[in-house]
Design a protein around this ligand. Sequence first.
Ligand SMILES: Cc1cc2nc3c(=O)[nH]c(=O)nc-3n(C[C@H](O)[C@H](O)[C@H](O)COP(=O)(O)O)c2cc1C
Length: 244
Amino acid sequence: MSTSDFSYFLASRRSTRDFSNILVEKALIEELITDSLTAPSWSNTRPFKVCIATGDVRDRISHEFGARWAKLSQFRNGNLITKLRLLLSGAGLPTSHRLMARPYVAELKPRAERVGRELYTWIGVERGNRNARDKQWEKNYEFFGAPVELFIYIHKSLHIFAANDAGLMLQNLILSAHARGLGTCLQGAVIIWDDVIRKEFDVPKDYLLLTGLAIGYPKDSHINKFGAHRLSPEEIIIAPREKG
Ligand SMILES: Cc1cc2nc3c(=O)[nH]c(=O)nc-3n(C[C@H](O)[C@H](O)[C@H](O)COP(=O)(O)O)c2cc1C
């Protein structure tokens, strides 16, 4: 593969948000995991673990997430009484990563707002239509129809370095999936109810949930043709201080 082919291959990966129900063979998932483990890692520690949810396990987790999201969505859109009632019952409220809903800092906010605005415009959801936005967000909890959902955990002891290693591992996995015609979507949306995953998998207590990853065959649908804006190099490169 030439370097320009490689750059094209990298740029052609996009998040998939509508999967077909074609099953992904277990052997194929294992090949992706094998590829993921050729990424670099801090002292080769590989401070992460992966839960692979398929079949009934996947369906049970998705069902519970869906039920909790229904409550959380009510909370977000409800009046004061509804909010108080849900707050007291705790139904649907995050059980992990509670701070995830914090607003973005001013420097990063425009980027997050841009992708949100452009994605919702792309699929015809009006900016002020919270109901329609919530309906789209709800699809996160159906894993966008993907037959496989991974949950990635990192070892708490290595802090950001563990997250970095998991990111490197995930990018290998995502590109390996892309090379095989599979689509993927990372899902921060699923990390707010860690207890649901731990009910299905015996995750050691030293591990912290980092993200979900939906894997499957993409449908030929409009949403999958959305192209998120990409930054130019100057936007991230810090030039050296001028001397003298
Ligand atoms: C850690 C992480 C979490 C993400 N969580 C979600 C999510 O919950 N739902 C979603 O639709 N996309 C999610 N994304 C996908 C990003 O929105 C997407 O990568 C970004 O907009 C760039 O688009 P692209 O992947 O198509 O290049 C996540 C991405 C990352 C890296």
